[in-house]
Design a protein around this ligand. Structure first.
Ligand code: NAD
Ligand code: DAU
Length: 363
């Protein structure tokens, strides 16, 4: 049985990946996660007693810890999810983003290089470092621009996107300079179970259930390309198994929606699955608030490369995936309650108080 090292495996995408990994393969996974506000050990409850899962609470920037984990478990791959991931938080406090996304990724690459350099034979041949990244590194598209390809120039606009772009460049350099077999994936917006309710879809779901305003930034016409998290995890497994070292792969849902479209669809699903006692429509809660500074207008992914080379394509339509996701949040009230700690409420007050002061109009 071979082992992989996953970083950030208690977060949204990482925990979906770890759970699916055990359901699809008989390999072990060492899961290194610092358990920041976004990391949640509850996501991994169903594999808590699985002997294939080794959870380690720690920082990717702790070179000695990572080197020790690599020496002890001898993984065949590192799948690197760990990051500070929320754009709005990067605007209010960029420092953690540089510390984890840039310096942390650098330290992880260094530890991986040291480990890989000492491997030989098939262990060295088959080792992979998969760096999970984002489409935000490419900047913003106009309404008629072609979607991002792997050769689109980098033009990050938020501190989050800039920190991810820096980590992509480091990953690339470790392949070109040292030959470390690095693969990079750049994916569009994910949604699905276990997403922390600071991001658009779970935040709107939670607020709508509580009868609170649904804060749409600006005019609500910004476009994102939505991908169900399970489809992203499948793409990562395909790249890990068959991707070419040194290459980057764009991953997207071929599902461009304005934010207003997303919120209206979500409200419709909630009205149907959990009607309000007064039969009122939740879309009436939509409130336009102050725009995000530097808000990218549109993202869209051209996923032709991964489709042609690896045969991957998204399986879940947006409507089906969103319905499934809303049902998951309805069925997992205790999970939602547990993540709304004092720290969560503090974030919501801080982020949305200033937005409310500047906006507040209803459609
Ligand atoms: P998330 O914020 O839900 O989870 C991040 C995880 O990383 C958390 O469990 C956290 O505890 C852990 N972590 C943070 N700093 C750490 C550190 N220094 N050491 C160890 N662990 C640390 O993020 P997510 O949405 O699951 O995103 C995962 C990855 O995928 C990120 O690299 C992100 O840039 C990328 N990505 C996300 C999306 C999306 O739509 N969410 C899309 C494309 C790419
Ligand atoms: O594109 C991939 C990226 O998608 C990932 O790299 C990031 O980690 C992930 O957070 C996500 O970034 P976005 O900024 O696109 O996601 P978010 O859910 O924060 O916002 C989606 C859109 O909704 C964006 O246009 C801003 C808008 N929005 C968001 C929130 C939280 C609102 O209008 N109101 C809100 O309250």
């Amino acid at each position: 049985m071979r082992t992989i090292l996953v970083t950030g495996g208690a977060g949204f995408i990482g925990s979906n990946f770890v759970l699916e990994w055990f359901s699809k393969a008989d390999h072990a996974a060492v899961n290194l996660d610092r358990l920041t506000y976004a990391g949640n050990i509850q996501n991994l409850e169903s594999v808590a007693d699985d002997p294939r899962h080794v959870f380690v609470q720690g920082d990717i920037g702790d070179g000695a810890l990572v080197a020790e984990l690599l020496r002890r478990h001898r993984p065949q791959a590192i799948v690197h999810f760990a990051a500070e991931s929320h754009v709005d938080r990067s605007i209010l406090g960029p420092e953690d983003f540089v510390a984890t996304n840039v310096t942390g990724t650098f330290r992880l690459l260094e530890a991986a290089r040291g480990y890989w350099s000492d491997l030989s034979g098939s262990e060295r041949e088959s080792f992979r470092f998969l760096h999970v990244s984002t489409d935000e590194v490419y900047g913003s598209l106009g309404p008629h621009d072609a979607p991002f390809t792997e050769s689109s120039p980098y033009a990050p606009n938020s501190p989050y996107a800039a920190s991810k772009a820096a980590s992509d460049h480091l990953a690339r350099a470790y392949y070109h300079t040292y030959g470390l077999p690095v693969l990079t994936t750049n994916c569009s917006n994910n949604y699905g179970p276990y997403q922390f309710p600071e991001k658009l879809i779970p935040l709107m779901c939670l607020n709508a259930l509580d009868g609170k305003p649904l804060p749409v930034y600006g005019d609500g016409a910004n476009v994102r390309d939505w991908l169900y998290v399970g489809d992203h995890c499948e793409a990562i497994r395909a790249v890990l198994a068959h991707g070419r070292p040194g290459e980057t792969y764009n991953i997207g849902g071929d599902s461009e929606k304005t934010n207003l479209e997303v919120v209206h669809t979500l409200c419709g699903i909630l009205d149907e699955l959990r009607p309000r006692p007064d039969s009122g429509k939740r879309a009436a809660l939509i409130t336009f608030v102050k725009d995000r500074p530097g808000h990218d207008r549109r993202y869209a992914i051209d996923a032709a490369k991964i489709r042609k080379e690896l045969g991957w394509r998204p399986r879940m339509s947006f409507e089906e995936g969103l319905r499934h996701t809303v049902q998951w949040y309805l069925d997992n009230g205790p999970w939602l309650q547990a993540v709304q700690t004092g720290a969560y409420r503090q974030w919501i007050d801080q982020q949305y108080e200033s937005a409310r002061q500047a906006g507040g109009a209803r459609p």
